[in-house]
Write a protein that binds this ligand. Structure first.
Ligand code: COI
Length: 360
């Protein structure tokens, strides 16, 4: 289906306010944003307007019951100035999985893709080219029924904002295995990119930071023994040459970067096991000198080395980051593919196309 997106350009660009040589993550937002509403059973009023505040009723249902989902994506520029997107089809697939779990309407690929392409095309100048930087894309959807009662919702807003961003982590990450709080249970929303999953992690995160860590390593909710994911990314370990990552058992997010890393690692000839990762076994491997690497993967985080893992009162200190040949190669290849500097043999990258904004 052809979705017409009406475009209203910002009168003045704010791009001059941004120091592209000192970008942080999530601090600045580009000139425009995308919006569409779902009402009467269909998506309508697709438009791009200047970035700004939204006007919403305080009775909007998402404010009370947290019915909201989001995605994280990134746009890069290649050396010829083309704007590039990465595996849009996979983020779209997960979006609809999240939407379904949260009782929200799906978005057709044509609308999702057109919205991203038009928006990135219009704000192409906001795509940083500095090492490790990107235009971070944040599609999100929330329920807007003006009704403070629990009932299936009928009205929704789909929005995309974009943000020129530096690296999410500027240094190796210290993670603390959860031993009290649980992120997800079988039958819950763990596999969905539901906003509430992240909201519920704020207190555990605050407590982990107070103990000197950067993130929580979420564990299974029964024994606090099997690793699931980290607050901002999926997790990988390398034990005695074998790569291990928690299997997608319904409580874990099916990361697009996770999948890309598995494919890349297998293309290097490595064994990658999607399995239950028992922290007791990991601790044993650590004591025997066999825990070679641990890293997180995510769109925002890219491939982020882990320096310390706290588990049941023991701190496992991982080898120096410079010695970790596999994850260094993985990060270089993944980021190289996304920026057009490494051959994209997996066909993951698409050039941003804009049939509309060229006409306004
Ligand atoms: C992403 O990696 O893009 C995410 O959405 C994770 C978020 C918690 C920063």
């Amino acid at each position: 289906m052809d979705y017409t997106i009406e475009i209203t350009r910002a009168k003045n660009s704010r791009i001059g306010e941004v120091d592209f040589d000192n970008l942080q993550f999530g601090k600045f937002y580009s000139d425009h944003m995308f919006l569409a509403e779902y009402a009467n059973g269909q998506w309508q009023n697709a438009r791009i307007i200047p970035f700004g505040d939204l006007q919403l009723s305080p009775a909007s249902s998402f404010m009370h019951y947290g019915q909201a989902i989001f995605e994280g994506m990134k746009a890069f520029k290649d050396e010829n100035g083309n704007a590039l997107l990465f595996r849009t089809d996979q983020n779209h697939k997960r979006w609809n999985i999240s939407a379904k779990r949260m009782g929200m309407p799906e978005i057709p690929f044509d609308l999702f893709n057109a919205a991203l392409n038009e928006l990135v095309s219009l704000d192409k100048n906001w795509i940083p080219t500095q090492d490790g930087c990107s235009l971070y894309l944040r599609p999100f959807m929330f329920a807007t029924d003006v009704h403070v009662g629990i009932r299936p919702t009928e009205n929704f807003t789909f929005c995309i904002i974009t943000s020129p961003a530096g690296r999410y982590y500027s240094k190796p990450v210290r993670v603390l295995a959860a031993d009290k709080y649980v992120r997800a249970f079988p039958g819950g929303t763990g596999y969905a990119k539901a906003s509430g999953n992240y909201g519920a992690s704020m207190l555990p995160l605050k407590e982990a930071i107070e103990k000197g860590y950067d993130q929580v390593l979420w564990m299974d909710g029964f024994e606090f023994r099997y690793a699931e994911e980290i607050g901002s990314m999926n997790v990988f370990f390398i034990v005695d040459g074998v790569v291990k990552t928690p299997a997608l058992v319904g409580t874990i997010l099916d990361g697009v970067t996770r999948d890309s890393c598995i494919q890349l690692l297998r293309s290097y000839g490595l064994t990658v096991e999607e399995t239950r990762v028992d922290l007791n076994e990991l601790l044993k491997a650590y004591r025997e000198g066999k825990l070679q690497d641990a890293f997180g993967t995510g769109t925002a985080a890219s491939v982020a080395p882990i320096s310390h893992i706290g588990y049941k009162g023991t701190v496992m200190e991982l080898p120096a980051v410079e010695s970790r040949e596999i994850s260094i190669r993985l990060k270089k290849d993944l980021e190289g593919i996304k920026t057009g500097n490494v051959v994209d043999k997996f066909n993951w990258v698409t050039k941003v196309q804009s049939p509309l904004s060229a006409l306004v």
